[in-house]
Design a protein around this ligand. Structure first.
Ligand code: SAM
Length: 483
């Protein structure tokens, strides 16, 4: 069957299905649970997830309800060799949300490396990770069902990916919904692919409903394109392994050259998402009624009147990749403004309307209490001036007073600004040295600087439905009957 843990996770973790081993915030390990070692002939306890938080044999995870907190196994899973048992070494990496793009101010073609999108994924400095491992080890994990969101933050990066804040907004704006047909290019690491598959999914493929209508007809579909051979192959394997092959169809293709028809079939797309270095080169293949102008890569402008169709007499009739009965919604995703300019220029020439650019600035806020510095002063052996220490002490007394009143009476009352008694000064300072001063000071927040949160510019546009005199006549007839 085509059941997918992303679409129908069920209540418990099952053998041979993907699960997410959640170690801590921003650190998750996707794991296919096996109850045996495939190439182990003898007795086996199954594979083991080895993490900095301890070892978790798969057999201890299979059958658990999603969300279960699991303590590390006390069983010595040993190292390779015992009874031929093999261990699966999981080394989940913390991923950065940001698309690192040091050349973002340069020419759009240079925005990523020569392989169109591949980047080295930055991991935290080793030393830092080691240190965290020592201090953060808490000995348990949570077992979670896979979702597009946790897949995005744990998937093996083969390219830069589209993150959840962007794809949620994009899928909303391009009106992805159950039953939609979506074109996606390039597929890259499949982050957007998983999110869009869930958005368009409706029921299982095959079979028929009570009216005898094939459910397949009602299924939404993601038509995914990727021209990098290994990435195409790897994503194909993943999609199959995740049970999404009934919803996602992946084609190995340079869409700028060869467009979006698959085996002479039209995706009849309702929506399109282009995450390509040069989306303007793909746009001429997304027209309603005229064949794409012939383009030579890199230099030509999309949408320039081309000889195609006039001098090159084509025998096959033009087939559009778009749904002819609806307006089509498009989004392109580009980190540089130069790319946006070229894309929008091509859109205008090709009849796209309602063109709008949006940048999402999702920021992480760090909220903490700003200490008033009294303990530092005290620990440094009172090197600060007596006046400043006194001021800090008075402030502390004030804050504590406010805090106490608030907790005892629920009222916010200004604390009294007591003068510090010189006789108590030393004593108070001494008592502060080893104290936790977590509740003192003001709550402050900081957010990431803007330059860090830039992912890409999103360009949205709509290609209206073509409207003939015939369509108008039909529409009027319908309207008149209704009246
Ligand atoms: N959206 C993807 C995700 O969320 O994981 C990431 C896409 S990645 C940034 C861009 C991908 O587009 C690369 O994998 C690249 O190989 C592919 N690509 C670039 N030009 C292409 C073209 N003309 N046709 C098909 N794929 C292309």
């Amino acid at each position: 069957s085509h059941s997918s843990p992303f679409l129908h996770p069920g209540a418990i973790a099952k053998t041979d299905r993907l699960s997410i081993v959640h170690l801590k915030r921003d650190l998750q390990a996707p794991t296919i649970l096996r109850d045996h070692d495939e190439d182990d002939e003898g007795y086996s306890e199954g594979k083991v997830v080895n993490t900095r938080f301890g070892s978790f044999p798969h057999t201890t995870l299979i059958g658990l309800p999603w969300g279960t907190q699991v303590r590390a196994s006390k069983v010595d899973t040993g190292s390779r060799g015992r009874r031929g048992q093999k261990q699966e070494k999981k080394q989940p990496q913390e991923k950065k949300r940001k698309r690192e793009d040091p050349e973002s101010t340069e020419h759009p073609n240079k925005r990523r490396d020569s392989e169109n999108g591949e980047v080295a994924i930055s991991t935290p400095a080793e030393g830092k990770e080691e240190k965290e491992a020592e201090t953060a080890s808490s000995g348990f994990i949570h077992l979670l069902p896979p979702t597009p969101e946790n897949w995005t933050s744990s998937l093996p990066h083969r390219t830069q990916v589209v993150y959840t804040p962007d794809y949620s907004y994009i899928l909303h704006r391009i009106r992805a919904r159950p039953g939609s047909s979506i074109i996606e290019a390039g597929a890259g690491s499949g982050s957007f692919t998983h999110a869009s598959a869930r958005a368009v999914f409706r029921g299982y493929p095959g079979g028929a409903d009570a009216n005898g209508t094939s459910k397949e007809e009602k299924l939404g579909k993601v038509w995914s394109f990727e021209f990098h051979e290994q990435r195409h192959q790897k994503l194909g394997e993943e999609i199959k392994e995740h049970g999404l092959d009934g919803v996602v169809q992946i084609t190995h293709r340079d869409v700028c050259e060869d467009g979006f028809l698959v085996e002479d079939q039209s995706p009849k797309a309702d929506a399109i998402f282009l995450d390509l270095p040069a989306p303007w080169l793909a746009l001429p293949h997304l027209t309603r009624s005229s064949p794409p102008p012939k383009l030579s890569h890199g230099t030509s402008e999309a949408g320039t009147p081309a000889a195609n169709g006039t001098s090159e007499a084509s025998t096959t009739p033009f087939l559009s990749a778009l749904n002819p009965t609806k307006p089509v919604h498009l989004c392109t995703f580009s980190p540089c403004i130069e790319q946006v300019q070229r894309t929008i220029s091509a859109m205008r020439k090709l009849g796209w309307v309602d063109i709008e650019m949006v940048e999402l600035a999702q920021k992480r806020f760090e909220v903490r209490r700003e200490r008033i510095g009294i303990d530092n002063g005290a620990q440094r052996g009172l090197q600060t001036t007596p006046a400043s220490v006194d001021e800090a002490l008075a402030r502390l007394i004030e804050v504590e007073g406010t805090f106490k009143t608030f907790h005892e009476t629920g009222e916010k009352v200004e604390g009294k600004k007591d003068k510090v008694n010189p006789n108590n000064r030393e004593k108070i300072l001494e008592s502060l040295v080893d104290r936790k001063v977590y509740k003192e000071g003001n709550l402050v927040h900081r957010c990431e600087p803007e330059v860090k949160t830039h992912t890409s510019y999103l360009v949205f546009a709509v290609l209206p439905q073509e409207w003939s005199a015939e369509d108008e006549k039909r529409a009027r007839a319908k309207w008149e009957v209704k009246i």
